[in-house]
Design a protein around this ligand. Structure first.
Ligand code: C2E
Ligand code: MG
Ligand code: MG
Ligand code: MG
Length: 281
């Protein structure tokens, strides 16, 4: 591994290398070792209701602090993990950590907001998801309303009936469902009425130029309109600038996530924000 030290993270876990089998094996071992020796951690990015610092919820995003490769972005290891059941192990770890965090904050008197976790499609349709979540909610004594899941459109298409069943079971636990990166998939819109969804997250790629290009603004506006008609909430992702924010406000968005407000941050930092959140409320 020392040889790989200086290499770009994106290349380190690419699976189509010549020695793919060896790579895959060592990747699995590294993830398992990493989970065991606490190399992974969560950062949290606030979702903000218009007024700055009025935090409605948090998105949990995983980070890997690798002993040799340094900090690795999920964009570089989640897609590889998604090729096997390893992703289930990772996502279960994320759910456990997020619920443990909520319990810790609650014990310290921090005012709680819901935390959303990203789930891979493989995990959503697996047999174990709902029982795992209900077991963990009970273990930490956290009400399901404090947990949300984020799934992408593509996930919902793989086995629609299975998705419907699982999502209704999650609704039974009072868990909210977000569609992440909305607008980037090739899905038919008919799934929107069949699935028990709560939130559409407008993908960053539309937000990026919504203040500059009419086409992007129109797409954002259409998603807002669609969400309203179906009684879903909207979160605009990846808001970085004041002009983007102003454009989104004029298009009818009310909840925002992005560097303009907050970067994803460590739990201790978020706890401070949540405490001031309470004072303002
Ligand atoms: P996502 O769920 O769409 O998460 C949003 C990504 O956009 C995050 O990148 C976040 O840090 C980044 N972001 C937020 N605001 C801004 C902004 O204003 N500007 C820009 N340029 N970027 C912004 P991150 O943390 O690198 O995550 C990338 C993707 O990796 C996520 O996309 C999600 O699909 C996946 N991911 C992250 N954590 C997990 C996890 O625990 N489990 C699974 N299955 N996937 C995860
Ligand atoms: Mg997400
Ligand atoms: Mg997204
Ligand atoms: Mg994304």
């Amino acid at each position: 591994w020392a040889k790989e030290k200086g290499r770009d993270n994106a290349q380190v876990f690419t699976s189509n290398m010549t020695n793919a089998v060896t790579k895959k094996f060592s990747f699995e071992k590294e993830v398992n070792d990493g989970l065991f020796s606490q190399q992974f951690f969560l950062v949290y990015q606030p979702k903000v209701l218009l007024e700055k610092d009025n935090i409605l919820g948090l998105e949990a995003l995983i980070r890997w602090d690798h002993p040799i490769k340094g900090l690795i972005s999920p964009a570089d290891f989640i897609p590889v993990a998604e090729e096997s059941d390893l992703i289930i192990k990772i996502d279960e770890w994320v759910i456990d950590q997020a619920l443990m965090q909520l319990k810790e904050w609650r014990d310290k008197g921090v005012s709680l907001v819901p935390i959303s976790v990203n789930l891979s499609g493989r995990h959503l349709v697996s047999d174990s998801l709902v029982s795992y979540i209900s077991k963990k909610l009970a273990f930490y004594g956290i009400e399901g309303g404090y947990l949300e899941i984020e799934i992408t459109e593509g996930v919902l298409l793989q086995d629609i009936q299975r998705c419907i069943d699982v999502l209704f079971e999650l609704k039974g636990l009072n868990i909210k469902i977000s569609v992440d990166d909305f607008g980037t998939g090739y899905s038919s819109l008919s799934y929107l009425k069949r699935l028990p969804l709560d939130i559409l997250k407008i993908d960053q790629s539309f937000v990026e130029e919504c203040d500059k290009h009419m086409e992007d603004a129109k797409i954002c506006e259409t998603i807002v309109y669609l969400a309203r008609s179906l009684e879903l909430s909207i979160v605009a992702e990846g808001v970085e600038t004041a002009p983007q924010l102003e454009a989104l406000i004029s298009l009818g968005c009310e909840v925002f996530q992005g560097y303009y407000f907050h970067r994803p941050m460590k739990n201790t930092e978020v706890a401070k924000l949540l405490s001031s959140n309470l004072e303002e409320a």
